[in-house]
Ligand binder design. Structure first.
Ligand SMILES: *Cc1c(COP(=O)(O)O)cnc(C)c1O
Length: 384
């Protein structure tokens, strides 16, 4: 089979790698020069595509990659044999043997995990790198801060592991500055109980994207940040004011008009007829639906951009199709016309944060629920 032209796309995401690179540099420039950059690229780099994203972040000088699991780490290992990688999730007992094989740093939260890592390091005759995680009030991974000293001592005494970092995670960095400050205080107080702590050889990190806002000007005791969402140019809420760094969106989401039709007032639209046209209307049927990542929750609620105009979603979003009102769009809308779901079109823009509100969701979830059938088109790759 040989067709000259590639199949036209019905729904796709555009990933602007040059914007990603600029974002990393902007975030770095906003921080003291000694602060290292941990790029969080779990979940297929927040849906942006892991290999492409990581390759560009390597080029931009990320110091360490943080992923959720070994499969993701192995994808990075195909690009670099020795770039530091941290597994943010708990390591399952059967996964431990891959730590040495792929030279991965594991998160350690208790002495049971430590023993497993230590045994694996001894068996491989190569110490396993670990980042000690301290629970300062997130209630997820990590050793409760009041008990951290003992685990620290055990790590220092274990010859099969090598302490490579110490970190904590904020529970409410984007909406509770007082509690974030308390977590920061607990973390620093815990570090002070560790004897012989030589942080020069360690990654000491706490701040995620939102935490960056309150990072002390000199970095304080921290020497690394752990950035996910912000490097992709996304804010947690439509009205977040991240005063410190203005990154640009890397991701935009697109579909097309499949069909245009005129319908009389009183017509019920889509499954369940949850919307009734109040007037004679022109509608467009789009070639994407919830199986692409347009949340069903945005039925009768969300908007799309056509010819630079906001057009409301009418009725329920379907699996492969979505119906929008184009009555107010001036000029001719035709089958094939481009539609923006997230991003800019002319003067108009729909932010990912706004799209996420319509979906009853948050940008992290929205990005990771854009489905596999949505092609990712990489704009501005290197070497062009
Ligand atoms: C996902 C994650 C991050 C990144 O958070 P953002 O808010 O996306 O910057 C940082 N640390 C941990 C432990 C995470 O799980």
């Amino acid at each position: 089979m040989s067709t000259a032209a590639p199949l036209p796309l019905r729904c796709w995401a555009e990933i602007d790698l040059a914007a990603l690179e600029r974002n990393l540099k902007l975030i770095r420039a906003s921080l003291p020069p000694h602060i290292r950059y941990v790029a969080v690229v779990k979940a297929d780099a927040y849906g942006h595509g892991l290999p492409q994203t990581v390759a560009r972040l390597m080029h931009a000088g990320a110091d360490l990659f943080a992923v959720a699991n070994i499969t993701e780490a192995m994808t990075i290992r195909e690009l670099s044999a020795d770039w530091p990688i941290l597994l943010l999730g708990a390591t399952l007992p059967e996964e431990v043997r891959y730590l040495a094989e792929y030279d991965l740093a594991a998160t350690v939260s208790n002495s049971e995990e430590l023993h497993r890592f230590n045994d694996a390091g001894a068996a491989a005759s190569k110490p396993i790198a670990v980042h000690l995680k301290i629970d300062t009030g997130m209630g997820r991974l990590g050793i409760w801060h009041e008990h951290a000293r003992q685990l620290y001592d055990q790590i220092c005494a274990a010859s099969g592991v090598r302490l490579a970092g110490i970190f904590t995670h904020f529970a409410s960095a984007d909406d509770d500055p007082a509690f974030t400050a308390e977590q920061r205080r607990r973390f620093l107080a815990t570090l002070q109980t560790f004897p012989d702590l030589d942080s020069r050889h360690l990654f000491i990190h706490a701040d995620n994207s939102a935490g960056l806002e309150s990072t002390p000007g000199n970095g304080g005791a921290f020497n690394a940040v752990r950035v996910g969402l912000l490097q992709f140019g996304v804010l947690p809420h439509p009205h977040s004011l991240l005063a410190r760094v203005h990154t640009e969106p890397v991701f935009s989401f697109h579909t097309r008009v499949g069909l245009v039709k005129q319908l009389p007032a009183g017509t019920g639209i889509s499954y369940g007829r949850t919307h009734t046209l109040p007037q004679d209307s022109r509608v467009a049927i789009l070639t994407a639906g919830y199986a692409d990542g347009i949340a069903r929750a945005s039925s009768n609620r969300g908007f799309v951009l056509i010819k630079g105009q906001r057009c409301p979603i009418l009725g329920r979003v379907c699996m492969d199709q979505t119906i929008v009102d184009i009555t107010a769009v001036p000029g001719d809308v035709q089958s094939g016309d481009p539609v923006v779901l997230v991003g800019r079109q002319g003067e108009a823009e729909i932010s990912l944060a706004e799209f996420s509100v319509w979906a009853n969701s948050i940008p992290w979830e929205t990005l990771t629920t854009v489905t596999k059938r949505v092609s990712r088109l990489y704009k501005t790759p290197l070497g062009i």
